[in-house]
Design a protein around this ligand. Sequence first.
Ligand code: BF8
Length: 655
Amino acid sequence: MPEEKPAKSIDQATQELIEKANKEGVNTAFDRAESLKPCPIGAAGSCCKHCGMGPCRVPLPKGKEETPEEKQKRRGVCGATAETIAARNFIRMVAGGASAHSDHGRGVAELFLAVAKGKAPGYEIKDEQKLLQLALDWDIEIGDRSNNEIAVDIGEKALAEFGKQEGELITLRKAPLKRQELWRQQGVAPRGIDREIVEIMHRTHIGVDQDYVNLLKQGVRAAIGDGWGGSMIATELQDILFGTPAPILGKANLGVLKEKEVNIIIHGHEPLLSEMIVAAAAESEMLELAKSKDAEGINLSGMCCTANEILMRHGVPIAGNFLQQELAIVTGAVDAMVVDVQCIMQSIQTVAECYHTKIITTAAKAKIPGATHIEFNEHDAMKSAREIVKTAIENFPNRKGNIMIPDHQCDQIAGFSHETINYLLGGMFRASYRPLNDNIINGRIRGVAGVVGCNNARVKHNEAHIVMVKELIKNDVLVITTGCNAIACAEAGLMVPEAASKYAGEGLAEVCETVGIPPVLHMGSCVDNSRILIAATAMVKDGGLGDDISDLPVAGAAPEWMSEKAISIGQYFVASGVYTVFGVTWPTEGSKEVTEFLFKDMEKLYGGMWDFQPDPVRAAQLMIAHIDSKRKALGIDQARERVLYDMEMRRELEG
Ligand code: BF8
């Protein structure tokens, strides 16, 4: 008997579709991760390919201690040391991630300005309160001006933040005062969002910055420009345009696809077009067209962060996270997958060619050979949206008959924006974080963890996410989540209020049951990690837990990270004072000095530091230990019993 291979996902729907793909000879990321081994030197950050003399590979010596003479020779052709190479590679990842989030923010700001000027029909300002709040925050006159007049000023100011050359970002004002001061002292308050990213590209060019400490400092500056700048602008302006999320019931997993309806999956990151597709798919003309093709309706669902955006605002179901994108097509029931930017595998097109699915690219900056391109035009967004929906409907009769939709989906409650948490905890008239802070102080809630980030095909799909989150909530740590972790948690049934009594420790369960919230709160997409920063700041401002984010009993993690955006997010968490642990692999292992600096010295500078631990239980315990040390420093530590996640509980996950 051939030995049975271990499952590649903890999720049943995913397992069933991997099997279907295998039977049908369809190659997916799960297969490629097996056949394509990562280069160990590149993975450790020790390969430099920034010039034509390389690539130069400068790995750590194996086994024995290195003599100073040997170390002296261990350099690239240009003389760059392992430290310089590792630090350069690391901050180029920050630059990649920060640019992705920030370019998203720029796109939102451009649309926002067009809406304010009446040049983007179909869109309108939905959250007036947030508009006025932002005007106050940014010293924009309100008086008796119309919303659109105020919005023009906001849009122009937001756009200017990207190209600003000096001073500091206006959005930094949202941070605790002590944190702002610390950034100024350390010289890392970003001048302009784009400027800090460009400066990384300059400094990491051959022969520029050769000091790893100085290189890493610039990485911090650009990352702050992402979290407290580009991402924050994206979130704030999206909320004003599309509405600030409030609790909403939704569903998650591949079982949300419907065999008898036209299935359109909206995949990617920017909600600008997807908001319009949601509207177009509900039009009677489209429904009639679908019926004329013998479909019973039009079923929209989301994938990756776009899924989080349209779930949070419209309750549109989530079909899956990053590693489920090809598998959705393998169901044979997806009539169109509409993509914009980021985290879109090029292979969705080749997988689609095995079925009938149309891949529709919509962004001028992100095309895929073989896919249909219908470009999103913000000045006539509804036209693009209708064309897309129509293309999907017309493709419905082309299905090939090999359809299998796994019968798995979970309920979830999403929509926990910072404003919602404020309101839920404090009530409409005394909205505040006081009850959260009080429950942390009295020990019912031990602390708060932001668990975020991707899937990574090098590890079992969703396992580290779920094991870590369960370990945290069992130990009374409230989890806030975004991105693909949020989707994993939804698929595992952790985002319903009943999950509190089932999985959370006694104290956390009691609080969740009283308020009626799940123990894991969905805060949105990856740009919405900025909501986590705002929530942390609100905890500081409410008092009793110190006067900076670095005093709070909080921690961050990305147990299955893979994207450069995750590195940028981790770096701005650290720069904001948060202990942050990543799993899977660590990209500077090729330099002990650089790794030590990130893991230890950064704490002296910013009060937060990086850590790496691929075992999710151990990583959760590190987070809990950090939370406990902060509780102790605040004088709110009490003897608490640690609940350990045993093997039997782990096995349950294998399901
Ligand atoms: O921005 S968590 S795999 S989908 S990068 Fe991508 Fe990672 Fe998912 Fe969203 Ni974020």
